[in-house]
Write a protein that binds this ligand. Structure first.
Ligand code: ADP
Length: 589
């Protein structure tokens, strides 16, 4: 590559042409050489083309070997170098012919070819061109033994021909040289074109829908799968506003507000989005549920240049999930009834006033009773979680003032904690920063604000009871604090215990279905692993957040953030609810 860098370059086609001419010429010479030696009928050619001379055959053979084999190896160092080396060997073949057979037809042929190649040599630049002309001149001078008067007319014609072709060569090649930069550009554009085609083929072959937009939300790329989902062809979609092409609704079919439209919001927030949504085709005839992952297209300098979306059709997955959820809810619903009956009868059997049993039988029945209670809870949890998953959870939201509500609830819960000897405290903190760890300090100077949220009080009770029961279950001694704090936008509740704590590696999985920490405590304490999953689903129903902070051996705090209703809005909603209740016809039963 290094020598090649210093050489003149022309378009690659010319090197190929020159290579082909040289190959043809040397095949002719080497072929004729072999014919003369092995086929007697061609022996007469020997003297005409200098074919008795081993040097002629050897030179043509070597040149051919170079052009057909070595050339391709040298090519890695650059096409100009490889061709120039071939030209040099070829020059030896021609000049050898010119020297040895001067005035025969063969001599003239060798001469003509030399003259032609002189002109062609111009592709390697002026020095090589002039060098070729110089060789011709030296050759003529050598032939006349430097006596100008001894120069033959043939030699003069040879010289004149060489000079003429040198000049023609100069004129021909002058404008055809390309600079290193142009060469690199050429290579780069070929590379780009190949890469572009490759990427286009790849993107078109992806089974997931892929759509790329610019900063104005216009589609710049769309693959076939995306075309199938949207009902637009890939060509039609180009340059069109993505909102027109990708008709998205929420999974339940409800509209997405403009500011939440994922292609727009990804550009505003510059953050990756992963959602399950529904896409309708252009004619609204087909709808598919997709898992949509959109990322902003960010350059190395951090500028956002649009968005790229990958849409996976999860309709079948959803149908299968629905089927299994249906099965679970039907099965648990059906099984709950007999289990409740068994539990009832066992309770009756254990009731001294109703039945008389001996102490051994009592022991067995107590075990059966507690297992049945556990089974009943499991069916109940299964039913609730199946409903939570497909959004069928019964929900009657209303305005709830959390301060008063919790006060009441804590009184009810206190009893189950006291059975285990655990203290219970209720902390109301005025903490603008919602720093739950400091709520204890702030609650002492109690100024009780009204913390309104819009949620179903029964569902909130379910969550808090569940978290409170867990706190009791996994705490041997100490206290359980239930806290309430908040700022203008958020109401925060927390349930803190001084119990076993949760290992860091388990925290990310805690809210998954059936996940239980594997420890000696959980092995002895009964549970289904569904409670926290249900709690999170319920809190998410109210656009809230549930998470945990915990230190192993010291205790855990479960936090709930719910959107806060301002007092005025809360009162308006309460008034509206009261007036509809008043105007509603009394319900039967
Ligand atoms: P369950 O309590 O029925 O096992 P949950 O979903 O309510 O199921 O809880 C999941 C797991 O989280 C529990 O098995 C337990 O290991 C852990 N966990 C929940 N709450 C606490 C807590 N307050 N302290 C320690 N571990 C807890």
């Amino acid at each position: 590559m290094v020598i090649d860098d210093f050489m003149f370059h022309v378009s690659k086609v010319w090197y190929r042409v020159y290579w082909a001419i040289m190959v043809a010429l040397n095949i002719a010479v080497a072929g004729a050489f072999l014919a003369v030696h092995y086929l007697p009928q061609y022996a007469y050619l020997a003297s005409k083309f200098d074919l008795n001379n081993v040097v002629t055959g050897a030179l043509a053979g070597i040149t051919l070997f170079y052009l057909l084999v070595v050339y391709w190896l040298v090519l890695r160092a650059g096409v100009a170098v490889a061709t120039l080396l071939g030209t040099m060997l070829n020059a030896l073949v021609l000049l050898n012919g010119v020297v040895n057979v001067e005035t025969t037809i063969g001599g003239y042929l060798y001469i003509s070819f030399w003259i032609i190649t002189t002109g062609l040599n111009g592709m390697f630049g002026l020095p090589v061109l002039l060098g070729s002309a110089l060789i011709s001149s030296i050759f003529v001078l050598l032939q006349s033994k430097f006596h100008l008067t001894a120069i033959t007319p043939e030699s003069l014609i040879f010289l004149a021909g060489s000079v003429a072709f040198t000049m023609l060569g100069y004129l021909f090649w002058k404008g055809r040289f390309i600079s290193r930069q142009e060469q690199e550009m050429g290579q780069l554009s070929t590379m780009l074109k190949t890469n572009q085609t490759q990427s286009a083929i790849l993107i078109q072959s992806i089974a997931d829908g892929v759509i790329v937009t610019n900063n104005d939300g216009q589609i710049t790329l769309m693959n076939r799968a995306a075309a199938n989902m949207t009902g637009w062809t890939t060509e039609e979609g180009m340059g069109v506003d993505v909102k027109l092409v990708v008709k998205l609704t929420k999974e339940d079919g409800s509209e997405i507000p403009d500011e939440e439209y994922p292609f727009t919001s990804v550009l505003v927030h510059k953050a990756f989005i992963n959602q399950s949504l529904q896409i309708s085709t252009r004619d609204n005839k087909k709808k598919v549920v997709v898992s949509l992952v959109i990322s902003p297209v960010v350059t190395s300098s951090g500028e956002v240049h649009g968005a790229v979306a990958v849409m996976r059709d999860i309709s079948e997955q959803r149908a299968a999930e629905r089927q299994s959820a249906d099965f679970i809810s039907t099965a648990s619903h059906e099984m709950r009834t007999p289990v409740a009956a068994i539990e009832g009868y066992l309770a009756l059997a254990l009731n001294d006033k109703v039945s008389t049993i001996d102490s051994r039988a009592r022991g067995f029945l107590e075990k059966a009773h507690s297992s049945t209670q556990h089974l009943g809870q499991l069916f109940q949890d299964l039913l609730t979680s199946a409903k939570a998953e497909d959004g069928r959870l019964t929900n009657h939201p209303g305005v709830v003032e959390m301060g008063e509500y919790l006060q009441q609830l804590v009184e009810d819960l206190r009893f189950s904690a006291s059975k285990k000897g655990l203290a219970v405290e209720f902390v109301v903190g005025v903490n603008q920063a919602i720093d739950a760890t400091k709520a204890d300090e702030t609650n002492r100077k109690v100024v009780k604000p009204l913390y309104y949220v819009y949620a179903d009080p029964d569902r909130i009770r379910e969550v808090i009871t569940n978290l409170f029961d867990n706190a009791c279950k996994y705490t041997d001694a100490g206290k359980i604090s239930i806290g309430l704090t908040g700022n203008n936008d958020v109401v925060q509740l927390y349930i803190r215990d001084t119990g076993a704590g949760i290992p860091v590696e388990d925290i990310p999985h805690l809210f998954q279905k059936f996940y239980r920490v594997d420890s000696s405590a959980t092995r002895t304490i009964g549970g289904t692993g569904l409670g926290l999953f249900i709690c999170r689903k319920i809190i998410e129903l109210y656009k809230g957040r549930l998470w945990v902070e915990s230190e192993l051996g010291k205790g855990s705090t479960f936090f709930i953030n719910l959107p806060r209703l301002d007092n005025q809005k809360a009162q308006e909603l309460q008034a509206a609810a009261a007036s509809t209740a008043a105007s509603a016809p009394p319900q039967a039963g």
